[in-house]
Design a protein around this ligand. Structure first.
Ligand SMILES: NC(=O)c1ccc[n+]([C@@H]2O[C@H](COP(=O)([O-])OP(=O)(O)OC[C@H]3O[C@@H](n4cnc5c(N)ncnc54)[C@H](OP(=O)(O)O)[C@@H]3O)[C@@H](O)[C@H]2O)c1
Length: 251
């Protein structure tokens, strides 16, 4: 395999302005793809694009289905990474905020649908394409306070499974990449800017980095066309489950 195995490929990455999406955009681009980087924050997107050998910024809110259809429908994407996602808080269901639930569901579930739908028919016509969803171990095991976020990630896993059964025979490949704890802006967003609370999550343990996850995405994307990597679950070595994390005392 050459060191630019994705040369000539067109990739779409949502949530490319930070964290896993930014690292994946860089990795796919270094491997030869031209990467269309989507997210809401234009300046952050431009900074990521500047680090990529071949990329462009496409400001887009994945909760806006009409905007996604208009922006993505006419492009011949070979790879789509539906990565944009978020959580808000860790309230129990009984204390949950209904408008927070809507934001999380709209972003994590409808956002994935809005991203994938405009590009799928073109991929089917061309008989080539790779859809990669960014799930989570939270889509496999619930944890206290995870409720709605976990439900959205279980839904992403269901969408991955639905795509597999609906697209078999078309030549398209479907992969879900499901990480455990990754140190990104995710926890800062979840705790609404409370950095001390976000940092405390990683006290005494070594989380995954965005680059670790991007590496798995790149590996899946660079297998030969007859090889479809289905599910990749990556854990930090210090994390055994969504509720069991080994921590060294920091005192
Ligand atoms: N970090 C973890 O521990 C972890 C573990 C497992 C799975 N995941 C999943 O990994 C994915 C990426 O998260 P991350 O950890 O990299 O978090 P992050 O650093 O907070 O990045 C999230 C990205 O999603 C984008 N985004 C959020 N809402 C959006 C919207 N409505 N439209 C377009 N883009 C939107 C953000 O960009 P803008 O704000 O600029 O729009 C940002 O680029 C998510 O699906 C998350 O659920 C994370």
């Amino acid at each position: 395999m050459t060191n630019t195995p994705l040369s000539g490929r067109l990739a779409l990455v949502t949530g490319a302005s930070a964290g896993i999406g930014a690292a994946a955009a860089r990795a796919l681009s270094v491997a030869g793809a031209h990467v269309v980087c989507c997210a809401r924050r234009e300046e952050a997107l431009e900074a990521v694009v500047a680090e990529c050998p071949s990329a462009e910024a496409l400001p887009l809110d994945v909760t806006d289905g009409a905007a996604c259809a208009a922006a993505l429908g006419d492009r011949a994407f070979d790879i789509v990474l539906a990565n944009a996602g978020m959580a808000i808080g860790t309230s129990s269901l009984v204390d949950g905020d209904v408008s927070d639930w809507s934001r999380v569901i709209d972003t994590n579930v409808k956002g994935v649908l809005n991203t994938i739908r405009p590009v799928l028919s073109g991929m089917k016509e061309r008989g080539f394409g790779h859809v990669i969803t960014l799930g989570s171990v939270a889509g496999r095991q619930v944890y206290p306070g995870g409720n709605v976020y976990c439900a959205t990630k279980f839904a992403v896993k269901a969408l991955y499974e639905a795509l597999r059964v609906e697209l078999v025979g078309t030549g398209l490949r479907i992969t879900t990449v499901d990480p455990g704890m990754v140190e990104t802006e995710f926890s800062l967003v979840r705790f609404e800017g409370d950095k001390a609370k976000a940092d405390a999550l990683y006290d005494g343990m070594t989380p995954l980095t965005s680059e670790d996850v991007a590496d798995a995405i790149l590996w899946a994307a660079t297998r030969p066309a007859h090889v479809d990597i289905g599910e990749i679950v990556l854990w930090p070595t210090d994390q055994a489950s969504t509720t069991l994390v080994h921590r060294t005392s920091t005192e």
